[in-house]
Design a protein around this ligand. Structure first.
Ligand code: UTP
Length: 297
């Protein structure tokens, strides 16, 4: 069970209760986290990234459409028997690898989509007093090479600093309104000691161009901050406001990760991810490239 991991971070929260309005109508009756990029749903990419980083307890904060996610990580007895009977071992391995034996999936309900901070707070009792990760599956992160995923890089930073770590990337000035933006003192090329964080500032109010991407390692002190804050931007209980409270009491670092992020909560980012990951796919890549070349003629 969870003890098979020696990682300092073994629990992760996956908030999957958002309404996904930017991706309607696809998200009318299913969570956006179940949208497939090439052949895997977004949530599976995020769970695999967490597993690679040593996380073994996956805590899903679900909303009204919780069934497809629960089913995806559950055993599919009939399908497995059918594949076994027809000797389709490779496909059977694919199906079984979705949930390794030492991985535990736990579901908690966010009755109302009151914001990302509120979703994280819903995992409080399950997380307890340990530092934990938060992964937003609609941000699809691809590490620079195999075995070097973004959360794994962050866990390495956590092992060194024992403090909250936020994944950040440089964003164009005209996009600051889409992100939490951080400012602080540079510790080294990739790490900043954060002293300010603002949710979705206008470009002229943004203290830097470093935007928070959908990966966090947080100390349990965050729960107290979220629980005691008023509603923020858009009337939502914002995780960013909780982090702003946390950094008044504890160190919080911003880590400039190595890798690429696709914003799959938007239609453009989702299409880009599909094209790039299809081109990189070991079986599909060559044929798909040829198809695109012919299209471009
Ligand atoms: P987003 O800001 O992308 O919101 O949430 P959304 O509602 O999912 O999508 P749009 O903007 O309407 O298209 C960021 C992450 O936080 C989760 C979402 O599921 C997503 O992973 N979330 C957000 C919750 O779990 N609960 C909430 O109340 C809000």
């Amino acid at each position: 069970m969870a003890s098979s991991s020696t990682s300092p971070i073994t629990k992760a929260i996956f908030p999957v209760a958002g309404l996904g309005t930017r991706f309607l109508p696809a998200t009318k009756a299913q969570p956006k986290e179940m949208l497939p990029v090439v052949d895997k749903p977004l949530i599976q990419y995020a769970v695999e990234e967490a597993y690679e980083a040593g996380v073994r307890e996956m805590i899903f904060v679900t909303g009204r459409h919780k069934r497809p996610i629960e089913d995806h990580f559950d055993m599919t007895f009939e399908l497995e028997v059918a594949l076994e009977n027809s000797n389709k071992q490779e496909l059977l391995d694919v199906v079984r690898s979705v949930k390794p034996d030492d991985m535990e999936c736990i579901y908690v309900r966010q009755a109302q989509a009151l914001g990302l901070g509120h979703a994280v707070l819903c995992g409080r009792r399950l997380v307890g007093n340990d530092a934990f990760a938060v992964l937003l599956a609609d941000d699809l992160m691809v590490g620079p090479r195999a075995g070097h995923g973004v959360l794994k890089q962050m866990v390495e930073q956590f092992a060194e600093w024992r403090a909250s770590i936020l994944a950040v990337q440089e964003v164009p000035p005209e996009h600051t309104r889409r992100y939490g933006i951080v400012a602080g003192t540079q510790v080294n090329d990739n790490l900043m000691d954060v002293n300010r964080i603002i949710e979705k500032p206008a470009p002229e109010d943004a203290p830097s161009r470093l935007g928070v991407a959908g990966r966090y390692i947080l100390t349990p002190g965050i729960f107290h901050e979220i629980a005691n804050q008023p509603r923020g931007v858009g009337g939502e209980i914002q995780l960013t406001d909780g982090i702003a409270g946390l950094l008044r009491r504890e160190k919080v670092f911003a880590y400039r990760y190595e890798g690429k992020r696709y914003d799959c909560g938007s239609k453009e980012g989702f299409l880009q991810a599909n094209v790039e990951l299809a081109l990189a796919h070991p079986q599909l890549g060559a044929g798909f490239k040829q198809f695109l070349q012919e299209l471009a003629l």
